[in-house]
Design a protein around this ligand. Structure first.
Ligand code: HEC
Length: 423
């Protein structure tokens, strides 16, 4: 195994729970809108997101709610593609009603659960859970992985609400949590069943060849893993990404880099971190759900549900238009993943996603996708980000394809939320 180890002392100020933007003149500040739920009735037959109607009904009833969010005025006023991303900062936001809990990434839906206490919703959800218990997961293994991961989020969110929200009706939520855990077990796959699911990385690479040449075959691409300490002087090394931490260690994120002149150029550049990587370096981060299996193990899904990519611009580059930023997001909706072999859709650069994107999503306000990235990756996007810790950070190029997922599974297993799951 070829391994390059780089140890760097990092001295970013502030706390680990809020990322400190790196070299960023363009931190996008948006006014927060207050979150209140508007009345919302879930359809008797909700959209079939998994290709398994009984599961889709549980999904809608467990997640759907209507709130008011903030969006930039260009979104309702001619489009944002030609807008200067730096100017979005001062631009007015407008309020828009939106139903959360439809077919979008879990982290964008937000972690609220107390709306599930309403008696009508509870009764319908209980009934939908009972119906979902009758489905054999081997009839739809890929959908079962997605559905179980969605349920897992609800269970962890309920655990957090019972502990942190003084107004939560813990008896009601506790009862629901028990039923959701039972359903998670019912839809768990065996190791063999998980192994029958094919990877979609080659198909995604072929479909988006202009962004991902050679990625599926790892031709010229190297995987980067990072380790970090919480604060200077700490001896506890975290081995997961900040993305994985924010996703409650229910998803694994892997980071890859590519330079036309080869791996040696990247290894060299990493020794000089936090200096920017050479212009033209390509960066990819992928996300995949973790699955809880019948034998009690935690394994990554063999397919990815998200891929984000950017390209390093030369020093001094100043972005002028959102539409020309080399920041792209390929997203796997439940529908596209369960119906289509490639399964990821390229978002428009002006598609609205939460401020903080996938790393630190804030579901109450959204910005054009390509402009959100500047907040953390700066105007040139040329620096390897790392987990934005405040102690030490180490980077390592590795050929061990399981390292990232093992680290996430270990972190989950050690967490309190897992210990109370009774898996
Ligand atoms: C809130 C901060 C934040 C925002 C906003 C953000 N990222 Fe990141 N990104 C990170 C962090 C932190 C990492 C390092 C991995 C980790 O520890 O989670 C990262 C890693 C990456 C990587 C892997 C290479 C690297 O630098 O580590 C890519 C590619 C990437 N992000 C693309 C994007 C794109 C495209 C967007 C916009 C759609 C975006 N990011 C928005 C924080 C952010």
């Amino acid at each position: 195994m070829r391994v390059v180890l780089v140890v760097v002392l990092l001295a970013l100020g502030g706390c680990r729970c809020k990322p400190t933007p790196v070299e960023v003149p363009a931190v996008v500040k948006v006014p927060r809108v207050t979150t209140t739920w508007a009345p919302h009735e879930v359809a008797a037959v909700p959209d079939d997101v998994y290709g398994v109607p009984a599961w889709s009904k549980v999904f809608a009833l467990a997640f759907e709610r209507k709130i008011s969010i903030g969006v930039p005025s260009c979104h309702v006023d001619g489009g944002c593609l030609a807008v200067d991303p730096m100017q979005l900062r001062g631009a007015p936001m407008v309020s828009q009603e939106r139903i959360l809990g439809r077919d979008e990434p879990l982290a964008f839906i937000g972690e609220q659960v107390t709306f599930l206490e309403a008696p009508d919703r509870r009764a319908r959800l209980d009934q939908a859970i009972a119906e979902a218990m009758t489905i054999d997961p081997s009839t739809a293994p890929l959908a079962a992985v997605l559905f179980q991961n969605d349920l897992w989020e609800r269970v962890d969110a309920i655990t957090a609400a019972i502990r942190n929200e003084p107004g939560a009706d813990w008896a009601v939520l506790q009862d629901l949590r028990k039923k959701l855990v039972t359903l998670m077990k019912r839809v768990a796959l065996t190791k063999e069943q998980l192994a029958t699911i094919a990877s979609n990385e080659s198909a995604v690479t072929r479909r988006y060849a202009e962004l991902l040449a050679g990625f599926g075959e790892r031709d010229g691409w190297a995987e980067l893993v990072s380790q970090s300490t919480e604060h200077r002087g700490s001896t506890v090394w975290q081995r997961t990404t900040r993305h994985a931490e924010r996703h409650g260690y229910r998803s694994v994120f892997r980071v890859f880099i590519h330079h036309a002149q080869g791996r040696a150029v990247l290894s060299q550049a990493l020794t000089r971190w936090p200096e920017p990587l050479p212009a033209g370096t390509r960066f990819v981060i992928t996300g995949a759900p973790m699955a809880l299996l019948t034998d009690g193990s935690i394994e990554p899904a063999p397919f990815i549900t998200l891929l984000e990519t950017r390209q390093a611009r030369a020093e001094g580059f100043i972005p002028t238009q959102i539409g020309t930023l080399d920041h792209d997001v390929l997203e796997g909706s439940r529908v596209s993943l369960t119906r289509d072999s490639g399964g990821l859709e390229r978002l428009g650069r002006d598609a609205l996603i939460p401020v903080g994107a996938t790393c630190m999503p804030d579901f109450t306000s959204r910005l054009p996708s390509a402009s959100t990235c500047l907040m953390c990756h700066g105007p040139t996007g040329a620096r390897i980000t790392g987990p934005m810790a405040h102690g030490e950070t180490r980077f390592e190029l590795t050929d061990d394809q399981t390292a990232a997922a093992r680290a996430v599974a270990d972190a989950k297993r050690a967490s309190e939320s897992f210990q109370t799951l009774g898996w």
